[in-house]
Design a protein around this ligand. Structure first.
Ligand code: UDP
Length: 234
């Protein structure tokens, strides 16, 4: 295995599949099966889950909710997603722990870095929910921070698209895919890989990022085996 410990960032949006929000059982099951494959190969997997399928702070401000309050609601949404994902991964017989960056001890463990690493060493899939625990951040930034904290080999950002393009491949037929791109280029060209905060954190700490299509079954395994899929940012 090329990568022995990975931080998998899954967007909330991806959990909705073709729907606009909520959950698509097929996607959750596909993620769970792919994660089981990684687990069976002995890969240590930590996951940061987003919340966009349920709530985003910015959609709250549209409805007159203060941004910081809306962001807190968004963070709670990521915890709901964490529990949903846990449910599906455990249905595959794989042990998991959900950790939250907002204390909610009746529901899940508080995030303690050293404890998270211990879980990984014991072969548990660790799901980090609650983002960074702070408003005005994103779960991509949460993913960047956690990947660095747990010394992951790679930050694998699973999306619905198979990598980073110079323009939106859904809109433009001549959009070109990058196999590799530097942090600088991704930031300067504003390529919508991740927000600039997340990218800067990765650049400063030399955390490589692979953006790949997580909805294609088998892709997670290919990624850790070192096949060239998606786009690498380094
Ligand atoms: N959020 C936040 N701080 C964080 C992470 C998330 O305030 O550290 C809030 C923010 O409102 C965000 C929402 O939670 O819009 C859902 O997270 P995100 O949009 O990153 O989810 P994704 O796009 O991955 O589904």
């Amino acid at each position: 295995m090329k990568y022995k410990r990975i931080l998998l960032k899954l967007s909330g949006e991806s959990l909705a599949g073709e729907k606009e929000n909520g959950y698509d059982e097929k996607i959750l099951l596909s993620f769970a099966k792919q994660i089981k494959q990684l687990h069976s190969k002995g890969v240590q997997v930590a996951i940061v889950i987003g919340g966009g399928n349920l709530f985003r702070g910015l959609s709250g401000t549209d409805a007159g909710i203060d941004r910081a309050t809306g962001d807190t609601m968004g963070m709670l949404a990521t915890i709901m997603n964490g529990l949903a994902l846990q449910n599906f991964i455990e249905s595959q017989g794989v042990p998991t722990r959900v950790m939250t960056s907002i204390s909610m001890e009746e529901v899940a463990e508080p995030y303690i870095r050293r404890r998270a690493i211990r879980h990984l060493e014991k072969g548990r899939i660790v799901i980090f929910s609650g983002g960074t625990g702070m408003p005005y951040f994103t779960t991509d930034s949460g993913g960047a921070i956690r990947s660095i904290e747990i010394h992951a080999d790679i930050l694998a950002k699973g999306t619905k698209v198979d990598g980073i393009y110079d323009k939106d491949p859904m809109k433009y037929e001549d959009a070109k895919k990058y196999d590799e791109i530097s942090y600088e280029e991704a930031i300067v060209k504003n390529l919508k890989v991740m927000d600039a905060t997340a990218l800067s954190l990765c650049r400063e700490n030399k955390m490589p990022i692979i953006v790949f299509d997580a909805t294609k079954e088998g892709n997670m395994l290919k990624l850790v085996e070192g096949y060239k899929i998606g786009t690498i940012v380094k």
